[in-house]
Design a protein around this ligand. Structure first.
Ligand code: GDP
Ligand code: ZN
Length: 298
């Protein structure tokens, strides 16, 4: 078999594990320095005669990319072809909803679907949580309350993840790893076992892995994805708050930023409570923050 469209399911720096169209898994090297596959990529690959390894010869066009700036200011791709962001908050640490909004904004920008998971329902949460979650549901983001500890509602979370490829994001400590472990059962061990037989005589650590969930669907997990904080530009904030962007079509000015402009449909919607005041304040805050960061670069 040559040039099969294989899927990158694990990366160990420049080594990869591929899932072939027939479901088999093979280890692979990359042809040349210019090709930079990441987890979630579809790639063209072929067996290397006389070797166990396959060779990746090309990366297929990506539907989207999860990126972050690295220390040298270059864009680093963390994962590709993401269908869904699951944004987690929890009873503790105290939820910072503006962070949830920021991830939802990032999901809109890469055209991934998104849902909100509120974890640790076994612990007391602040009173405002229900109202905030209801507001998310009103603008079309499913909001699920669960406990990775007690198992409450994990079937609903598994149902959310059933198709496609998801990533789980959120503040540190909300329970992302705990949730993944509960959902996975034994898949993680299988990935680790494969990394041990890379044939290089040393243990290679997994940079990122696409973990197949027993109930269907897959989650890409990596240190980079776990720390992922979207870098947003002001013009992206304006389109990333979906209810604000939708209402904004009715503003008098096409480039309205919904701050102090006359004829602003968004401000009117906030006043008559069609748009949540909290989301609007979060939007204004993020817009101001990204504008400050952008102007600093000049
Ligand atoms: P991450 O940083 O988002 O990956 O969070 P972790 O999965 O490491 O969890 C952080 C802490 O929260 C750990 O001490 C977990 O045991 C705890 N934790 C995770 N889920 C729950 C839950 O549903 N209820 C409670 N009470 N604790 C949880
Ligand atoms: Zn406006």
């Amino acid at each position: 078999m040559t040039n099969a469209a294989a899927l990158v399911v694990a990366t160990y720096s420049r080594r990869m594990q591929l899932r072939l169209p027939d479901g088999g898994r093979v280890d692979a090297r990359i042809k040349g320095k210019r090709i930079k596959p990441v987890c979630g990529d579809r790639v063209e690959a072929e067996p290397i005669p006389g070797e166990v390894d396959w060779l990746i010869t090309a990366v297929c066009e990506r539907r989207n990319e999860l990126t972050r700036p690295n220390q040298r200011g270059q864009v680093e791709v963390l994962a590709a072809n993401i269908d869904r962001l699951l944004v987690m908050a929890a009873s503790t640490p105290e939820p910072e909803w503006s962070i949830v909004d920021r991830y939802l904004c990032a999901a809109e920008l890469i055209d991934a679907s998104a849902a909100v998971i509120f974890n640790k329902t076994d612990l007391p949460a602040s009173e405002s949580v229900d109202e905030v979650l209801d507001d998310y549901a009103k603008i079309g983001y499913q909001a699920v309350r669960c406990s990775a500890k007690t198992g409450r509602n994990l079937d609903a979370v598994a149902a959310l993840l059933r198709d496609g490829v998801s990533i789980i994001v959120g503040q540190s400590g909300v329970g992302k790893s705990s949730l993944i472990n509960r959902l996975l059962q034994d898949d993680r061990q299988r990935v680790a076992a494969v990394s041990d037989r890379s044939g290089e005589g040393r243990h290679t650590t997994v940079n990122s892995a696409m973990l197949q969930l027993p109930g269907g669907g897959a989650v890409i997990d990596s240190p980079g994805v776990r720390d992922y904080a979207p870098a947003l530009r002001p013009e992206e904030v304006v389109v990333g708050y979906r209810e604000i962007a939708a209402t904004g079509h009715d503003c008098r000015f096409a480039n309205c930023r919904h701050l102090r402009e006359p004829g602003c449909a968004v401000k009117a919607a906030v006043e008559n409570e069609a748009i949540s005041k909290r989301r609007y304040d979060s939007y204004r805050h993020l817009l101001a923050l990204t504008e400050k960061l952008t102007s600093k670069q000049y």
